[in-house]
Design a binder for this molecule. Structure first.
Ligand code: ATP
Ligand code: MG
Length: 183
């Protein structure tokens, strides 16, 4: 599954609707300090189901909503969409009926987050599992935050094991087992 587009609207510093087209090959993002490079990576992690405010450099989940500046008022929602090329039909069966997967997460002040795949309402869990199966996702070892290497070195063995399981692509199985046990 290849990411082809990231669409932001009201997310952190991206107050106006912004499309980031992700072409084949390597994509580099350059710009001066504070222009929003890290916010882009956070948007990617967020749309994949990140629910820890600390991973978003915020105090609460609503801190991802554009907070306003001296000249522009704050927004009351933030939305990020991720478009994935599904030409090879590698998505889980429930979502495997089109060439593109359009995954959207929207947070509204005082109303929490809502997720969609295409036009269908889905649970956070569905989105998290979709990415867990693809060995990517909010906790993916492919996304390396500043300071994360030293965290890994100092981590407790159980936490380090979780990272290795994610890298090995088996965390989706654990999540499924957990869901089955709850039912
Ligand atoms: P550096 O090169 O220093 O790593 P960067 O390009 O990664 O910088 P970011 O950290 O992505 O920059 O962006 C920081 C900017 O985003 C700051 O100007 C900050 O004020 C702004 N920002 C963060 N959250 C919000 C928010 N909720 N509303 C408005 N602006 C925000
Ligand atoms: Mg940065």
């Amino acid at each position: 599954m290849r990411f082809t587009k990231l669409r932001l609207n009201g997310f952190k510093s991206f107050v106006d609707p912004t499309d980031l087209v992700i072409a084949e090959g390597l994509t580099g993002v350059v710009g001066p300090n504070g222009c929003g490079k890290s916010n882009l990576l956070e948007a990617l992690r967020w749309v994949m189901g990140e629910n820890r405010p600390t991973a978003m450099r915020g105090g609460g989940m609503e801190d991802v909503i554009f907070a306003g500046t001296a000249t522009r008022p704050a927004r009351n929602f933030a939305e990020v969409a991720l478009v994935i090329d599904n030409g090879e039909r590698l998505a889980p069966a429930a979502f495997n009926d089109s060439d593109h997967l359009d995954i959207t997460r929207r947070i509204t002040r005082d109303a929490g987050s809502a997720y969609k795949v295409g036009t269908r309402d889905v649970r956070a869990r569905d989105v998290q599992m979709l990415f867990a199966d693809a060995s990517t996702g909010a906790h993916s070892p492919a996304l390396v935050r500043q300071g994360q290497i030293s965290e890994l070195i100092n981590a407790k063995p159980t936490n380090r094991r979780r990272i290795l399981e994610e890298a090995a692509g088996i965390s989706g199985l654990y999540q499924r087992r957990h869901e089955a046990e709850l039912k």
